[in-house]
Design a protein around this ligand. Structure first.
Ligand code: FMN
Length: 486
């Protein structure tokens, strides 16, 4: 069941807090919840909530929308009903584990501002998050810059997010209180204590304190790219000998599982991961943020010479880093030396489809920050429901997903190169814009002609690159079923 056509226009919904559309409904329908489910790809969950009473309703939800008339709530729900299937889905179990310790579902808050104090984490746990990696605990005095965030936006959402934040501003004692209180109140939630030291003594001391306070496991932050202190964070993650050394210091000081959080600011991650394994780590968490510059200030400074603004390198996260994160998780998951290590994946997870990608490449737990910063803890609703309904619909269990995609991720040299898959043009849905023609002419192989405002393929020139498929704004060009030998 796909609702792609009706999803056009959904992006204008602002996903309000305490939404007025839902408040206006007299029939007990929750349009805000339905639209949120669709926005987070949980189409089945949205359909389950759609109600027949919307069809003949005079739609006070639309009148009360804060951007009146921009979101076609009634049409969206009516379309959803047309596509509604009668299938019944069970809630499949989402149970997994981290290094043998049971997790009620794979979703954890990742170490960052979203898991920085007791009240926040308590609220997240009550909403369904299975655990959290606490904001990194250290003995370094934190002095943070303002502002500290920047985002690249598109389609009403962050495509990428940049931060220059460092670690927890709370003392070790304050953080221990948080761990103890949370573990006492939520014994079944997973508390991963993220830590960072400046030398052997600090690593060992903080690790022991976290274990004594009740943490289930430790996550060693070898990956923050924003540290002002020398030889900390990603400076460690880029040197396998240091990763091994500090991991060993920690694993010989505690009896709880230790996970190394690694930096993507390297050519490959295996060297550091194998070093963590030699140091006694039972798992790898990845990725931390990617060093980047995103600022609009670059442009502003060109003309604003009187008050130029500083531009700094910071860590990139969010949707744009997901392909890079998937590549690193795949690398770790294919490395046989790391076979018994837990992989806790993160980087751009927003919805259950993102989650499925990481789970099918060998991750057993998933961590999230940027999507929570943008949309709140409530994203857990559609992560849990979306994943559960997907498993149930496809008759799969969590364990079936594990590495299911590994055999299909191959080096480019393993791909067959003796055939062409030509594009297929649907002339009836083609709107005659000529975008395919322009791209093929200037960025392809001049295999399309534009005759009477319709594209025409020349198979003698087409190499089957599929640039036309990708640029067509109306999906009127698709890969054909035929593989033609070269
Ligand atoms: C504002 C912010 C603060 C962060 N602070 C930490 C931190 O203290 N420790 C850490 O290990 N990672 C930190 N991270 C990295 C995240 O835990 C995560 O690895 C990264 O953002 C990728 O996941 P995402 O795309 O879901 O945000 C931070 C990320 C952001 C955006």
């Amino acid at each position: 069941m796909e609702f792609n056509t009706l999803k056009q226009g959904l992006n204008s919904c602002l996903l309000c807090h305490d939404a007025l559309c839902t408040k206006a409904c007299k029939n007990g329908v929750d349009p805000a919840r339905i639209i949120r489910a669709l926005r987070f790809e949980n189409n089945l969950g949205a359909a389950l909530r759609a109600s027949e009473c919307c069809i003949d309703c005079n739609a006070p939800c639309i009148d009360n929308c804060v951007i009146k008339g921009s979101v076609e709530i009634k049409n969206i729900i009516t379309d959803l009903l047309k596509n509604k299937s009668n299938e019944k889905y069970n809630n499949s179990s989402l149970k997994t584990d981290i290094c043998g310790i049971e997790l009620e579902n794979p979703f954890l808050l990742s170490s960052s501002v979203v898991s920085s104090n007791y009240e926040m984490i308590k609220r997240a746990f009550e909403m369904g998050w299975a655990g959290c990696s606490l904001k990194t605990i250290s003995m370094i005095d934190m002095e943070e810059a303002s502002p500290r965030y920047n985002a690249i936006k598109g389609n009403n959402t962050f495509t990428a997010f940049k931060n220059i934040e460092q670690l927890s501003e709370k003392s070790v004692d304050e953080n221990m209180e948080i761990i103890t209180k949370l573990k006492h109140e939520f014994p079944n939630k997973f508390i991963l204590a993220s830590i960072m030291g400046r030398d052997d003594n600090e690593w060992a001391y903080i690790a022991k304190r976290c274990m004594d306070a009740g943490a289930d496991a430790l996550e060693l932050n070898f990956s923050c790219p924003n540290m002002t202190a020398e030889e900390t964070g990603s400076d460690i993650g880029q040197v396998p000998a240091l990763v091994e050394r500090y991991t060993k210091v920690v694993t010989s000081s505690v009896s709880i599982p230790v996970i190394a959080k690694l930096t993507p600011n390297v050519k490959t991650m295996s060297e550091a991961a194998e070093a963590a394994l030699r140091g006694g780590a039972l798992g790898i968490a990845a990725i931390n943020t990617i060093k980047s510059i995103t600022e609009d200030r670059i442009l502003e400074n060109i003309t604003n010479k009187d008050d130029p603004k500083y531009i700094s390198v910071g860590g990139l996260s969010g949707a744009s880093v997901k392909p890079i994160a998937l590549r690193f998780i795949s690398e770790l998951s294919h490395n046989e030396k790391l076979d018994n290590m837990h992989i806790s994946a993160m980087g751009g997870i927003y919805n259950y489809k993102d989650a499925l990608m990481f789970l099918s490449l060998g991750a057993k737990s998933l961590q999230i920050t940027t999507a929570v910063m943008e949309y709140g803890y409530r994203i857990i609703d559609d992560l849990l429901e979306g994943l559960s309904l997907y498993l149930s619909k496809n008759n799969l269990q969590m364990k079936d997903l594990y590495k299911i995609n590994n055999k299909y991720v191959v080096e480019t040299k393993a791909l067959k190169r003796d055939f062409i898959i030509y594009p297929k043009i649907n002339r009836s849905t083609c709107v005659s814009c000529g975008r395919c023609y322009i791209s093929c002419r200037d960025g392809g192989h001049q295999a399309l002609e534009f005759i009477d405002r319709k594209p025409k393929l020349n198979p003698n020139k087409c190499v089957g690159c599929h640039l036309c498929v990708l640029v067509c704004p109306t999906s009127s060009i698709t890969p054909s079923d035929k593989k033609v030998s070269k």
